[in-house]
Design a protein. Structure first.
Length: 349
């Protein structure tokens, strides 16, 4: 009998509020996905739904060395299954099998898998409308049967379940407590080696580590090179020149933004900034994760600017009662009860 998507959804969403560690959450996702597609290792990452950049994730038996090799392959522009590439496909799924031996990009991907004992990878983009929510990567070891079309079909059926689980996880995040740290900077060279880390950046990485965030977030080398891979000039993007990582509070105890800018001189060095995600750094991703409508987001934007409800109504040509109804919908969707609670999240405490 085929698995029931509704049962899978209930099991995953019921675990969201249980305070599981990242490893425990990864193991749970792996067990549930294995009912649909057996695998040996898994990586489920959440994207910034606006910029499409990797922002958090859950791993299960996914070797760190394999993760780093694939990340560098993306940095070099040789990954043929980036989120932005999968998004162009009618069915957003891709497969690499060591036996295929086709295009140069596929051969490089195959050699990476083979060097780390894997025989194939199946990668599914989680998307709805214009938003990219996450990517599921499954691996099978050498000696196992390779992924096939039936596996891909079953995984596509699971896409709405995984999307709902990711959104539920983000929406269950706590409100920030206390003031945020000042912004910090990590400088990473064009050779993927960290040149320097400010004290504020080290403090941020320690805070992320204490929150139980994934290894790549609290290791300077991992964080910097990961972000550099997302902002590499070799990567084309429809989201602007500086796509941003936006780590949700569910993963880091407060919303955190990481973004990068190239340094002058043409050396390829990047300055990676880590700071609290507030205001315009946060609102686009926050509105997407919580399902705010364009009108609701506009009203929240005016709230952040300090306008009262009557002023917002006048500015937008609405009645105060309509603005009040929109605010009630915003509070319901964001699990807040007042303007002050909502602003505490959007302003970082």
């Amino acid at each position: 009998m085929a698995p029931d998507p509704g049962v899978s959804l209930r099991r995953l969403t019921s675990a969201v509020g249980e305070g599981l560690t990242r490893d425990a959450m990864g193991a749970l996702v792996s067990r549930e996905v294995a009912l649909w597609v057996p695998h040996d290792a898994l990586n489920l990452v959440g994207l910034n739904p606006v910029s499409g950049t990797v922002s958090f994730g859950f791993w299960h038996r996914y070797p760190r060395d394999l993760a780093r090799a694939e990340m560098l392959n993306c940095f070099l522009g040789d990954d043929s299954m980036r989120p932005i590439d999968l998004a162009r496909r009618r069915v957003p799924i891709g497969m690499v099998r060591v036996e295929s031996r086709h295009r140069a990009e596929e051969r490089r991907a195959e050699s990476i898998l083979s060097a780390h004992g894997a025989a194939c990878e199946l990668r599914l983009l989680l998307r709805s409308g214009r938003n990219l929510w996450g990517v599921l990567c499954l691996f099978r070891e050498e000696g196992r049967s390779l992924f096939g079309a039936d596996d891909a079909d079953r995984l596509v059926r699971l896409s709405p379940v995984l999307t709902a689980a990711l959104r539920g996880y983000v929406q269950a995040g706590p409100a920030p407590v206390g003031p945020a740290l000042p912004p910090g900077v990590i400088v990473v060279g064009g050779d993927h080696v960290v040149r320097g880390v400010t004290a504020q950046a080290r403090a941020w990485l320690a805070e992320l580590r204490d929150a139980g965030a994934s290894d790549w977030l609290f290791s300077p080398e991992w964080a910097a090179v990961s972000l550099a891979s997302e902002t590499s000039p070799t990567l084309d993007t429809q989201y602007g020149a500086r796509p941003r990582i936006c780590v949700p509070a569910a993963h880091a105890r407060r919303w955190v933004a990481l973004h990068a800018q190239p340094l002058e001189g043409g050396s390829g060095d990047m300055a990676v900034v880590v700071q609290a995600a507030t205001g315009e750094l946060l609102l686009p991703a926050f509105a997407a994760w919580y399902g705010l409508t364009p009108r609701e987001r506009c009203i929240v934007d005016h709230l952040q600017a300090g306008l009262a409800q009557k002023q917002i109504a006048h500015r937008l040509g609405l009645s105060p009662y309509t603005v009040s109804d929109h605010l009630k919908a915003v509070f319901r969707k964001t699990h807040t009860h007042s303007r002050d609670e909502l602003m505490a999240i959007l302003c970082g405490g």
